[in-house]
Design a protein around this ligand. Sequence first.
Ligand code: HH2
Length: 261
Amino acid sequence: MGIVNVTPDSFSDGGCHADPAAAVARGLELAAQGADIIDVGGESTRPGAAPVPLAEELRRVLPVVRELAARLDRPVSIDTMKPEVAAAAVEAGAALINDVGANRADPAMARLVAASGAGYILMHMRGTPADMQRAPAYGDVVAEVAEFLRTGLARLAAAGVAPEQVLLDVGIGFGKTLEHNLQLLAGLAGFTKLGRPVVLGVSRKSFVSHLLGVPPADRLPGVLACTTWGARAGVGVFRTHDVAATAQTLRMTEALAAREK
Ligand code: HH2
């Protein structure tokens, strides 16, 4: 899954593709590099990010979703916490709703997923982007995130969403310390046992710098190690800014796994 952030303030690529034409060009480029899904977002969720008003988020993402959906032969997803944005994006051609808000605040999101038949990424987040990194604490982070995802699946089913529509994401960096992120990564194989495809979002995230002591520009090796690890654990979707490097890493991992005796 290749990331197109149509934002002025995303943590790694804010402002790079804020103009719709640049964002569409980026989406086409990532598809050419091997992305099977293009994820378009108009609201940064970096720690401390301020919420974006509905009209502004719609203005940012809709033309990009519409054009990419028309021009690409693969699914476009909409990265949003707002049911209104998700609904308009589905109308514009998005096949997948990537809801980092996990649809807690508003049952309208679950109703939309049920009615539209769109795919839905259910991601774990503790708190909101504004406050999620203020001393996050868990007893057992792996067990608590698994419970959150199980409960979310049940809530979606009660709203009429078919299990086949849902993908699961542990939400690396969303209300987690370095140690929490590492424990969730180490436990990824357990999440694949929940019976739905697992999505992993580690791309360019700060926990890599916290562990390895490297500046933000040098996070790719650590991220690719997580990618190989995730592939071995059965992760189905890797959300990344660096599609070419990720595709190569996955091809190599798969070639070796296919020959493992
Ligand atoms: N991470 C980010 C945004 N959306 N969606 C899923 N499913 N999983 C993730 O881990 C995830 C996500 C944050 O990364 P990015 O889009 O690069 O930054 P920003 O939120 O600042 O735009």
